[in-house]
Design a protein around this ligand. Structure first.
Ligand SMILES: *Cc1c(COP(=O)(O)O)cnc(C)c1O
Length: 222
């Protein structure tokens, strides 16, 4: 049996105080999430809209939910009323839909731009040029219901730690470039979300401010 509370206590000892921990609870039950919640964790990450909206109903309302998976435009409306952050913005169109839906609730949604930093073809995300085009567009400037808070990326799934380290360095440099060029006066543009169970140590060494941890906390997903 997985001792969720113990796993969290051990993990927290390793994480510097300036790094936020998102407990990735996809495929896990509300009961398991509550065990993590009872250790004091408040930020949970999910990657499926239906699963998130169902589990949320069963759980304390002060949980801060982060969306971390590929988000279809037609499902944005189901999470916009309550979501704390959407970490996985991967198209301009998605940003447009989030802005539009958020306006109906008078909300401003914290978003991260997801970069494609891995070697795998299948992972979603922007490159630096594309993000700059979004940020420089007049349409983006008019979006009153989006607050860009930084960047997110997933490293290649590999044992080659040099490869992963280089990818995290790339993401860090994209963040810096955007920060210096567009957001140096915006203290809210401050997050670099990188690092999962297999590579969070490298990510922290390379400047991560948000790690997204599932298996280490909840056990392997079947
Ligand atoms: C599943 C997932 C994680 C957590 O993965 P673990 O290896 O279980 O820690 C982190 N980020 C994203 C985007 C995920 O989909």
């Amino acid at each position: 049996m997985t001792d969720i509370a113990l796993n969290i206590i051990k993990l927290k000892k390793e994480i510097p105080a300036n790094v936020k921990l998102v407990a990735v609870s996809k495929t896990k039950t509300a009961d398991d999430i509550l065990k993590a919640y009872n250790t004091g964790l408040r930020i949970f990450g999910e990657n499926r809209v239906n699963e998130l909206t169902e589990k949320r109903e069963l759980l304390p309302t002060d949980i801060k939910w982060h969306f971390i998976g590929h988000l279809q435009s037609n499902k944005v409306k189901y999470i916009v009323p309550f979501i704390t952050m959407i970490q996985s913005v991967d198209t301009f169109k998605l940003l447009r839909v989030i802005n539009n839906e958020a306006s109906k609730y008078g909300r401003v949604i914290d978003c991260l731009m997801q970069f494609h930093i891995a070697m795998e073809e299948t992972k979603f995300g922007f490159n630096l040029q594309e993000v700059m085009e979004v940020i420089e567009s007049e349409e983006f400037r008019q979006m009153k219901h989006i607050r860009l808070c930084g960047v997110m990326g997933m490293g290649t799934f590999t044992y080659d730690s040099d490869q992963v380290r280089q990818e995290f360095r790339n993401l860090y440099s994209y963040f810096n470039e955007l920060k210096n060029k567009y957001f140096h006066e915006h203290s809210s543009f401050s997050e670099i979300s990188m690092g999962m169970s297999g590579d969070y140590r490298i990510a922290i060494e390379e400047g991560s401010t948000v790690i997204r941890i599932g298996s280490i906390i909840f056990g392997d997903r079947l």
